[in-house]
Design a protein around this ligand. Structure first.
Ligand code: NAD
Length: 483
């Protein structure tokens, strides 16, 4: 692993940070130091934003033909896929995702770039009927400089998810990756260079949230912000955006329900709950849309729960580079938070039916590993059912009727995702309509780049993926012409 990255990526070059301080990058699997990166500060952010603003002003990106821009985005995607082994290895080592899943994530990031490559020449306005000898139409123009502040839990995917549409729409961007997982993202800078992205169009500044994230969110030359992270930080970013009157997309946390009715395909639901992309155990629960609350119909409660416990016992936990099913919690702080919630859930009266402890075998002792944990007979009002734990902790809540399931599902401050398992398609659509969440999955999981994802309620506003996300990176101009 090449862990020491001496420079920031600004204006197409590797430049030194004004601060000589470094950020250590640790493996949460082993606590080994993998390397270090610059601890960028407000000055570095200013340099990066000005570089992006100049690149926009000089039309370094927009002066390329539509086809050239599309080809570059496609090429970035292709290179991400071609280099997914080494990029994935970096993100696995510094993060919480097992190796082959991190490689898969990098490929998914590549496909997002390719999807938006196809959108470059499809961002169009309307012609609007008006009375008289008038031609009225709209243009959809780029915002200018967009800022992208991202978390650590799926670093490559989450950067691609907002940067690709921002570029497709003609913006120049500044990325502030999370301080836990900067190495993989910096590696992407090389891919951008190779793909031919002009200088200043993409800039990357590593650093902490306070020292680099906040100055980026508050920079007066930033014209739009996409923030993915916690509700608390989202509030700060939205306030900074409000000060500068710029639009912001907030992709925040969740406490998503997974509702299993008595007529469900139980094998499918079990597989999805134990190992699906939105399983609470996947990435050790560090997935914003994870189905953290299992709402289980009382008629199947005991049998299904017994099978789920048996299934979850098979989950293999280990260092990310050992490439088992799930890896560690990202940091000691987050680890303590997860263990605290498990303890609290037990005190509140939940029945611990699986896990609940730190994993301390010889090879896991140094990392932050938590056993896949299931708390049964949880009351939805308890904190374990209301707060985002961000660990491998499933809360199981019984219900009797469809109305009750919907009521429990919606009884949370969050509204990110929901999953429904039923053999009754009328019920499936009925419940999907009543659930207050940004995306609902029925009898399975998935979400290719063309399917929008975003939060309702405290899970945020705006959405990513799909063609509609391009609107967040453009502004409408109306042109009225007397003929
Ligand atoms: P976080 O809010 O602590 O950090 C996210 C990013 O914000 C990091 O880059 C961090 O450096 C930066 N940051 C921190 N303080 C800042 C400040 N004052 N100003 C500007 N930037 C600042 O989030 P986290 O806890 O590391 O990430 C996990 C959270 O992200 C969870 O709540 C999870 O649900 C959420 N998430 C949401 C989605 C989604 O699509 N809705 C996807 C992934 C993660």
């Amino acid at each position: 692993l090449q862990g020491n990255v001496p420079h920031l990526y600004i204006d197409g070059e590797w430049v030194t940070s004004q601060s000589s301080d470094r950020l250590l990058v640790n493996s949460p699997s082993t606590r080994e130091v993998l390397g270090d990166v610059p601890r960028g500060n407000a000055h570095d952010i200013d340099v990066a934003v000005r570089a992006a603003a100049l690149a926009h002003e000089e039309r370094r990106w927009l002066s390329l033909s539509l086809n050239e821009r599309a080809c570059i985005l496609w090429q970035i995607g292709e290179q991400l896929i071609a280099h997914s082994d080494d990029v994935g290895r970096l993100t696995a080592a510094e993060g919480c995702t097992p190796l082959s899943q991190a490689i898969g994530e990098t490929k998914a990031a590549g496909r997002i770039f390719q999807y938006y490559a196809g959108a470059v020449d499809k961002i169009q306005g309307d012609t609007i009927p008006v009375d008289g000898e008038i031609l009225d139409y709209t243009l959809r123009e780029p915002l200018g400089v967009t800022a992208h502040i991202t978390p650590w839990n799926a670093p490559m995917f989450l950067v691609a998810r907002s940067v690709a549409p921002a570029l497709a729409a003609g913006n120049t961007v500044v990325i502030k990756p999370d301080e836990h997982t900067p190495l993989g993202i910096l590696r992407v800078a090389e891919i951008l260079q190779q793909a031919g992205i002009p200088a200043g169009v993409v800039n990357i500044v590593t650093g902490t949230g306070i020292e680099a994230g906040a100055p980026l969110a508050g920079h007066e030359l930033v014209n739009g912000i996409t923030f993915t992270g916690s509700v608390e930080t989202g509030r700060l970013v939205a306030r900074a955006a409000a000060d500068n009157i710029v639009p912001v997309v907030l992709e925040l946390g969740g406490k998503s329900p997974n509702i299993v009715f008595s007529d469900a395909d139980q094998d499918g639901a079990l597989g999805s709950l134990a190992a699906g992309a939105l399983s609470v155990f996947r990435r050790a629960g560090q997935v914003c849309a994870a189905g953290t609350r299992l709402l289980l119909h009382r008629d199947i409660y005991d049998g299904f729960l017994t099978r789920l416990v048996e299934r979850a016992k098979q989950i293999r936990v280990g260092p990310t580079l050992d490439d088992l099913d799930i890896g560690p919690i990202i940091s000691e702080e987050q680890f303590c938070k997860v263990m605290g919630y498990i303890e609290e859930g037990r005190k509140e009266g939940a029945r611990l039916v699986l896990g609940g402890r730190r994993m301390e075998s010889e090879n896991l002792r140094r990392g932050y590993f938590v056993e896949p944990t299931i708390l049964a007979e949880v009351d939805n009002r308890w904190r374990v059912a209301q707060d985002e734990i961000f660990g491998p902790v499933l809360c199981v809540i019984p219900f009797d009727t469809e109305d009750e399931a919907v009521q429990i599902a919606n009884d949370t401050a969050y509204g990110l995702a929901a999953e429904i398992w039923t053999g009754n398609l009328s019920r499936a659509h009925r419940v999907a309509k009543r659930i207050r969440a940004g995306f609902v999955r029925i009898n399975g999981q998935g979400g290719p780049p063309q399917c929008p994802a975003g939060g309702h309620k405290r899970s945020g506003y705006g959405h990513e993926l799909g063609l509609g996300a391009l609107h967040h990176y453009t502004q409408v101009k109306n042109v009225w012409l007397a003929l």
